[in-house]
Write a protein that binds this ligand. Structure first.
Ligand SMILES: Cc1ncc(C[n+]2csc(CCOP(=O)(O)OP(=O)(O)O)c2C)c(N)n1
Length: 432
């Protein structure tokens, strides 16, 4: 669960271990470390040892040979695409990514966890791969002859499958690519990604023959995001829920997703304008994580709107944290997408031709449940009720829970039937 776990066995080692723990936690890929302080050591008198202060760390810059090789491949491409993956989503990279995209004028798509890594407004965003194949954006991915994959981490579900005869893939990262059956880049540029991007852009700016070859597909891909987004159906379509959430979230508002079916809809349909404003996990994808991640976001950014979006299943795995949120006096709105079922598993069972089995469950009365923690609760009862309820909850402040019923028949209609038809007619999904 952590990048490092150490037990402190002597007081003399504390400064070095603490220093090392921070180094490991902060270096790519950043993550938690665990130090255990046993009671007997904690009771000892420590020698008067100074802390070991951290020093600035400059990451190594990529080898010029690798940069030249990658530049050569990109210059030779007829239909290039850029992909932003999980490790592209670092606050310190936002400017470098946005500059790179603007200077090359190559359209880009994102993985689920790469979403929002670059600042908005380039008009070169062509979609997010919420599925591994046959998503709308795969109309472009399947036509690309070269993909510059920036920061792809194979811990994510694949944003596309590589296979024989597919596009050339260049991996740009802090760390070498993990080669897998469906991801085996043809070239790599490893080092500080910001430096790599600036040096590549210096080599390529204004020289690409077909930088925007796939850009004409942008309009038709993004047009799908408006499908049923304002429909008056009740329970609400997932598209409408994403649409209404977008209405009430300011550009810098942070949406923190738990894990369930709605994650696919948010990953594809929610447009981000500011980096790191849609937080989701496409790796372990642990149910129950949405509420705690939103609580941390609310603690770090008390001035910004923070919304946790959870399925009823995922919320109930960690809902006791409502007490913590109330106790800490957070300003936080929790939106529960209610289908009284494990919707994502239902979708997978249908997609695989299995009978619907063992997926439905009952829920508490969410309004009363919220109130029992000292939070406020709202039940959405009309199609037009969601946006005003969220707006009122944010304005009121404090911890607020809103539950909204969802019509998940859209999962089958869009994600299985429509995308399946699209793939057949396009001859897409060429590799699996
Ligand atoms: C801790 C954990 N258990 C099981 C899973 C597998 N899983 C992924 S989504 C899902 C169903 C989620 O149901 P819910 O939270 O109600 O959201 P919905 O899919 O209905 O929108 C399950 C069981 C998981 N990701 N994490």
């Amino acid at each position: 669960m952590t990048k490092m776990a150490r037990q402190i066995v002597s007081t003399a080692t504390i400064p070095a271990i603490v220093r090392e723990a921070f180094r490991v936690a902060q270096q790519e890929r950043p993550g938690p470390v665990h130090l255990e302080l046993p009671e007997d050591i904690a009771g000892e008198h420590a020698p008067d040892l100074p802390c070991i202060p951290p020093h600035p760390i400059e990451l190594p810059a990529a080898n010029p040979v690798a940069l030249d090789r990658a530049a050569g491949l990109i210059l030779g491409a007829d239909r290039p695409l850029i992909m932003l993956g999980a490790a592209a989503s670092r606050p310190r990279l936002t400017d470098a990514l946005s500059d790179f995209i603007r200077r090359l004028r190559v359209p880009f798509f994102t993985t689920q966890m790469g979403k929002g890594a670059a600042a908005g407004g380039t008009n070169l965003y062509i979609g997010t791969a919420a599925l591994s194949e046959r998503d709308y954006v795969h109309q472009a991915v399947d036509r690309a002859d070269l993909i510059v994959a920036i920061g792809h981490d194979t811990v994510e579900k694949p944003p596309f499958f590589m296979g024989p005869g597919g596009p050339t893939v260049i991996h740009i990262g802090y760390l070498p690519a993990t080669v897998e059956e469906v991801f085996f880049p043809h070239a790599e540029v490893i080092g500080d990604v910001a430096i790599t991007l600036a040096r590549l852009a210096d080599r390529l700016e204004g020289k690409l023959k077909n930088a925007s070859a796939l850009l004409p597909l942008r309009e038709q891909i993004l047009a799908h995001l408006a499908d049923r987004a304002t429909e008056g159906r009740f329970p609400l379509t997932p598209q409408r829920i994403v649409h209404d959430v977008r209405q009430v979230m300011p550009d810098d508002g942070i949406v923190c997703l738990d894990n369930g079916m709605y994650k696919i809809w948010f990953a594809r349909n929610y447009r981000t304008h500011v980096a790191n404003t849609l937080l989701l996990d496409n790796a372990l994808a642990t149910m129950g994580a949405g509420l705690p991640s939103a609580m941390m976001a609310a603690m770090l950014f008390p001035q910004r709107r923070v919304l946790a979006v959870c399925g009823d299943g995922g919320f109930m795995m960690n809902s006791q944290e409502m007490e913590t949120a109330v106790r800490l006096g957070l300003n936080l709105v929790v939106l529960i997408i209610q289908d009284n079922a494990y919707g994502m598993i239902r979708w997978k069972q249908v997609a695989d031709g299995f009978a619907d089995w063992g997926l439905s469950f009952g829920n508490p009365d969410f309004v009363k449940y919220a109130e029992s923690y000292g939070a406020k609760g709202t039940r959405i009862e009309t199609a037009d009720g969601l946006a005003p309820a969220l707006e009122a909850a944010f304005k009121a402040g404090g911890v607020h829970l809103a539950s909204v019923p969802v019509d998940y028949s859209e999962n089958q209609r869009v994600l299985i039937e429509e995308l399946g038809r699209l793939a057949k007619s396009e001859g897409a999904g060429n590799q699996s």
